[in-house]
Ligand binder design. Structure first.
Ligand code: GUN
Ligand code: ZN
Length: 438
């Protein structure tokens, strides 16, 4: 082991190897007094501190976070960076919310400087909340995506982003056309996909705002670049579903619109999916496409209660996401808190271990990134967070009454937010610390 750049972090350590619903106790490793060994931005190993200590060279740097919990950085599979300022907009459901609040806000991203300012603010907010990777919508303007990737590159965060493709049913100032959407997306793929830690997602906004010709171009981009992602929205709101059926009368259902243009696959992420039919579930399963569950958004916009127990039963892959600015928090802890309540209203349970699995390894798996992030497997990129169980007096009181790990983690999810994240490390570098220390 090289000595110069090896750092050992001592703390309680939790990470997942599998889905707790499938593998039970074997699904995770928890070391009460553990250590995480990091070298050159990569995970070397993790284990009990006493074991790790035995074969360390003399001059490693030791960082002592005893009493805290180290976990892999969290992953958000659906969020809009230009919608930071749209958060908390009063009184509308999806289609009016888009027209009244979202589209006017996104217009400003024509200005690259404005886009850069918001991209930096957005990434700071994510990192502060312990999120180190996200699948992100830009706006229709290609410069918004350049601004985003430039800000991400500066931080060395692993981010996936794409230029929105939209050419109808939206204000003229926010529409591209079939050719420019294809050309701009292609140019961005060539510039950013696989450039450092940045990855690209072909991004048709949703079936309502793209003509069949534009969706065909989105399919062509995926065919020409088979390792890029595809992100869009589906079956979020009942009026939206009815409008799609009007626009595409020949389609069997909403998913079939995307299917006809070859937009399904294991790198395809569909936000919401609340009102899907059994046929659509089957198609999701057969193509390995995934649903992104956005509980704070679904509650805030009154969209509905996703039934994740049904997705489990139908073997549809799903992840968890914030969907800011329809969503109301950047914090994945707050998002899991609301996910728990949505499950309660559906008569289902969502355990703390399953929740934290989803926010880390589960989300990494739906993004096909579990060989790089989401757990502390040797060789993974060292994106990790240090959590403080006593981050507020209320949390400290509650934690003092908790007996099991499951109880402690559950209280951390329900009461936690950005204050719970003491530090965030990206590729082995400390990017955020609540006390401002370097
Ligand atoms: N459907 C199409 N565009 C959007 C968006 O920006 N946010 C949400 N929540 N749903 C959408
Ligand atoms: Zn969205």
């Amino acid at each position: 082991m090289k000595t110069e750049s090896t750092t050992v972090y001592r703390a309680s350590i939790l990470h997942f190897l599998d889905d707790p619903d499938k593998a039970g106790e074997q699904a995770y490793e928890f070391f009460e007094d553990g250590a995480l060994v990091v070298e050159d931005g990569k995970v070397i190993k993790t284990g009990p501190f006493t074991d790790i200590q035995k074969d360390l060279p003399e001059h490693v740097e030791m960082v002592d976070y005893s009493g805290h919990l180290i976990m892999p950085g969290m992953i958000d599979t659906h969020i809009h960076f230009p919608q930071v300022e749209v958060i908390a907009s009063y009184g509308e459901q999806l289609l009016d919310w888009l027209n009244n609040y979202t589209f006017p806000a996104e217009r400003q991203f024509e200005d690259k400087e404005y886009a850069s300012r918001i991209a930096n603010l957005f990434l700071d907010e994510l990192v502060k909340c312990g999120t180190t990777t996200a699948l992100v919508f830009g706006t229709v303007h290609k410069q918004s995506v350049d601004a985003f990737f430039e800000a991400s590159e500066q931080r060395n965060t692993r981010m996936i982003c794409g230029k929105v493709m939209m050419n109808r049913n939206a204000p003229e100032f926010l529409c591209d056309d079939v050719e420019s959407s294809y050309n701009d997306s292609k140019e961005l793929i060539e510039r950013w996909h696989g450039n450092g830690r940045q990855l690209y997602a072909v991004t048709p906004r949703f079936a309502i705002t793209s003509t069949p010709e534009q969706l065909e171009k989105a399919g062509q981009l995926l065919e020409e670049h088979p390792d890029v992602y595809m992100q869009t929205h589906i079956s979020e709101n009942k009026d939206e579903v009815a409008f799609v059926q009007e626009l595409f009368p020949e389609s069997k259902d909403y998913l079939d619109v995307y299917d006809q243009y070859n937009l399904l696959g294991k790198r395809s992420v569909f936000a919401h999916g609340i009102h899907l039919t059994p046929r659509e579930h089957e198609r999701f399963r057969d193509t390995g496409s995934s649903v992104s569950f956005c509980p704070t958004s679904n509650l805030f916009l009154g969209s509905g209660l996703l039934d994740i127990a049904e997705l489990e039963k139908e073997q549809v892959a799903y992840s968890v996401a914030t969907d800011v600015g329809g969503g109301t928090s950047f914090s994945m802890l707050q998002t899991l808190n609301e996910a728990y309540k949505v499950c309660q209203l559906r008569g289902n349970k969502l355990s703390a271990l399953k929740s934290l699995y989803l926010a880390t390894l589960g989300n990494a798996r739906t993004l096909q990134l579990d060989d790089k992030i989401g757990s502390f497997n040797a060789g993974n990129e060292a994106d990790f967070i240090v959590m403080d169980f006593n981050s507020t007096p209320l949390m400290a009181l509650k934690q003092s009454k908790c007996k099991t790990l499951a109880e402690k983690l559950f209280a951390m999810i329900i009461l936690g937010d950005d204050r719970t994240v003491k530090s965030t490390y990206v590729a082995g570098q400390k990017l955020h610390s609540r006390d401002g220390s370097k």
